[in-house]
Design a protein around this ligand. Structure first.
Ligand code: ATP
Length: 324
């Protein structure tokens, strides 16, 4: 195992007219967690599929655990585990049987496979459900079983493709704990996600991907400082008064006021927390502008995108097929 567990240079991949990756560079030190953060269609899954040898890049190079993904895909596969959004769980087998089956596929002997399966079920808090068919599991339990399956062979490097997309907040929290334990044991993890908080909680380093390119990179704190602090979010009752509200709230903010006219909502980057909220209520009230909803919130991925790219994440679709 080299000190750099995952390395990629200039990866590109095009599907027909869609340029899914336009030159991605990655370097993940062994034992660390890199999060690839981006909206739907940014190219995250494509990057994971190249690094886990399921597809080849059109150009560029990548190696995992020091092994080239194109020259020696079998070598790479012997070092990695992959889990993600679409759980590779057999619905009709129990949790224990699912994990034992994976052990057998990798030629781990019967009793060793059983011991490893039981160990993982206990680590992933699935002991009580071990003998039930997986189809009776909740979404969160299924994801945990899927992740356990990726770890049967004790891989050096684990790819987690959107491991918590679609989970409720509690199951997401459980999954985060499990992933943290995994990282504590020295495994290198590349995790893709659409959630800034997830990257924040789990990752040592984050790359933000948009339309197949890396648009920002750094620690969570570094990115947050680029994104700005909290957001004051105000929904005004009367559409006609949005512009007045923007003029009133501009001076409270530390950046441009973002307006969604459709929902009559203003987002103002602020750094004074609740006092900005009190100030806003006073200013708007003074002008007789009725506030329907108001609050302070942490920046979302959408805010990060707006701040980093000047456009919202969901505006990307029409640009995806451009060929230039
Ligand atoms: P998601 O969060 O939806 O999984 P993603 O960031 O993982 O998104 P990718 O799945 O890598 O994104 O997709 C990148 C782009 O490539 C998208 O525009 C997608 O529609 C397109 N794409 C992915 N796979 C294929 C394919 N097999 N054929 C054609 N286009 C594809």
């Amino acid at each position: 195992m080299t000190d750099i567990a995952i390395e990629a240079t200039g990866l590109t991949k095009t599907y027909g007219k869609v340029r899914a990756l336009r030159g991605i560079d990655l370097s993940v030190p062994a034992g660390s967690v890199l999060s690839v953060l981006g909206p739907n269609g940014a190219g995250k899954t494509t990057a994971v599929r190249i690094l886990s040898t399921l597809i080849r890049p059109d150009s560029g190079r990548a190696s995992v655990a020091g092994i080239d993904v194109v020259a020696d895909p079998l070598g790479v596969r012997s070092k990695i585990g992959v889990a993600g959004q679409y759980a590779a769980v057999d619905e009709y087998l129990s949790g224990l049987e699912n994990l034992e089956m994976i052990g057998r596929l990798y030629h781990i002997g019967g009793s060793a496979a059983r011991t490893r399966a039981k160990e993982l079920l206990s680590e992933f808090r699935l002991e009580e459900a071990a003998d039930r068919p997986a189809k009776t599991y909740s979404g969160g339990m299924r994801r945990r079983l899927d992740l356990a399956g990726a770890l049967v062979t004790r891989p050096d490097v684990v790819f987690l493709d959107e491991p918590t997309t679609g989970l409720d907040p509690r199951s997401r929290g459980d999954m985060w704990e499990v992933i943290r334990d995994l990282v504590g044991s020295g495994t290198t993890v590349l995790l893709t996600t659409q959630y800034l908080e997830e990257a924040d909680f789990l990752a040592d380093d984050i790359v933000v991907v948009d339309q197949g390119r890396i648009i920002a990179q750094g620690t969570a704190d570094h990115l947050k400082s680029q994104v700005g602090g909290e957001r004051l979010t105000v929904t005004v009752a009367d559409e006609e008064r949005i512009d007045e509200a923007v003029a009133m709230l501009g001076p409270i903010g530390i950046g441009e006021v973002d307006v969604d006219r459709h929902t009559r909502t203003l987002n103002v980057p602020v750094d004074t927390g609740t006092s900005a909220l009190v100030d806003a209520v006073g200013r708007l009230g003074g002008q007789g502008i009725t506030v329907q909803d108001i609050g302070i919130r942490r920046p979302t991925l959408d805010d990060a995108f707006l701040s980093l790219t000047g456009h919202r994440a969901e505006d990307d679709d029409e640009d995806q097929e451009e060929s230039a």
